[in-house]
Design a protein around this ligand. Structure first.
Ligand code: PPS
Length: 328
């Protein structure tokens, strides 16, 4: 395995990231090879994460942030455990832990509103991971080279979800503003996004590393847009992939439970507690914001769309990845 090195994010975009998005994350590092952007505490967690023992019956949902992770987590949970499982009403962070959460926040982070075992407090996710029963369901945004090395030997089930980067960018902007205290406006955020200078960037290598593995038996590659088009079909696909045989009625109940309207109202998944209003500007923003395909059309200017096009075409040169090329 290639040796890994870390350095502080640098250059004007590195500085900009540090200046505008440090409230929660504190600071950022670039991991090489790959120019992978990670929160600063990643370095302390890297080896533990790399050596994390994988079980063959694990089910992972891996995504670039804002790609429909929560949505796919809920679908996957319902397929794995059954929609009527008593724990379906527990917060998603407890039944589907966020693998690298502990390396995203400062070890000294405290919040008197949270009880001592809240998964949002540093170190607690790692404890949940050590204790959840099999089949374990685990979420991660980590780039492929930073995931546990046994992933590639033990071959657990991995559902990878990707989404149109233009929609990801808009969703990430609102998320960063509300949750991470992002201090500037959309044009500056678009610049950071296209410079691949956001946590868990670069977008394209994140996506293409899994696209290249899509024919592996243990990997299912799904698009947010497929879920929007026909959720019951995706529920069936996930079930087939996981060797489950839900009845038609169960498939329809899962699709209904995972509809945008239903998830928006479901406290176990809508992150409303975490998203509690921080300031006037963000008061009305919700984690379950719009859940649409193509919202970027309401936000990006012609020159930003052109910049997305150039960035996309540059990164997809020589790739057989067929999506999100619809610019003409
Ligand atoms: S995170 O913070 O990275 O885990 O965010 P993630 O869950 O990946 O993405 C959040 C976006 O997914 C939308 N979402 C849904 N869309 C449609 N239907 C359902 N059920 C659903 N659940 C979540 C959510 O609204 C965010 O997208 P935007 O565009 O911001 O609305």
């Amino acid at each position: 395995m290639a040796s890994i090195s870390w350095k502080p994010v640098e250059g004007p975009h590195g500085e900009e990231l540090r200046k505008t998005l440090s409230d929660i994350y504190v600071d950022f590092l670039e991991v090489n090879p790959g120019h992978l952007v990670v929160p600063i505490f990643h370095k302390d967690w890297y080896q533990r994460q790399l050596d994390f023992p994988i079980k063959e019956d694990d089910v992972w949902v891996v995504t670039y942030p804002k790609s429909g992770t929560t949505w796919m987590q809920e679908v996957t949970w319902c397929v794995v455990r059954g929609i009527d499982h008593p724990q379906t009403s527990l917060p998603l962070m407890k039944r589907f832990p966020f693998f690298e959460w502990d390396c995203m926040i400062a070890p000294e982070f405290t919040d008197e509103r949270l009880c001592p075992d809240d998964p949002c407090l540093p170190g607690n996710t790692w404890k949940i991971l050590a204790n959840i029963s099999s089949p374990r369901t685990i979420k991660s945004h980590l780039q492929e080279p930073l995931l546990p090395k046994q992933m590639w030997e033990v071959k657990p089930k991995i559902v990878y979800v990707c989404r149109d980067p233009r929609d990801v960018c808009i969703s990430y902007y609102f998320h960063s503003m509300k949750l991470d205290g992002y201090k500037k406006e959309l044009p500056d955020f678009v610049e950071l996004f296209l410079a691949d200078m956001l946590p868990f960037a670069p977008f394209w290598s994140h996506t293409l590393d899994f696209w290249k593995r899509r024919d592996q038996e243990n990997i299912l590659f799904v698009r947010f847009e497929d879920m929007k088009e026909d959720l019951p079909r995706v529920v069936r696909k996930v079930a087939d992939f996981l060797g489950k045989e839900p009845s038609t009625e169960e498939v329809m109940r899962i699709a209904d439970h995972c509809s945008f309207g239903s998830m928006s109202k479901n406290k176990a998944v809508n992150n409303e507690a975490i998203y509690a209003a921080q300031n006037e500007k963000c008061k009305e923003l919700k984690f379950m914001r719009k859940g649409k395909v193509g919202d970027w059309k309401n936000h990006l200017t012609d020159s930003q769309i052109k910049a997305f096009k150039e960035w996309t075409f540059k990164h997809l040169e020589g790739s057989d990845f067929p999506y999100y090329r619809d610019y003409e």
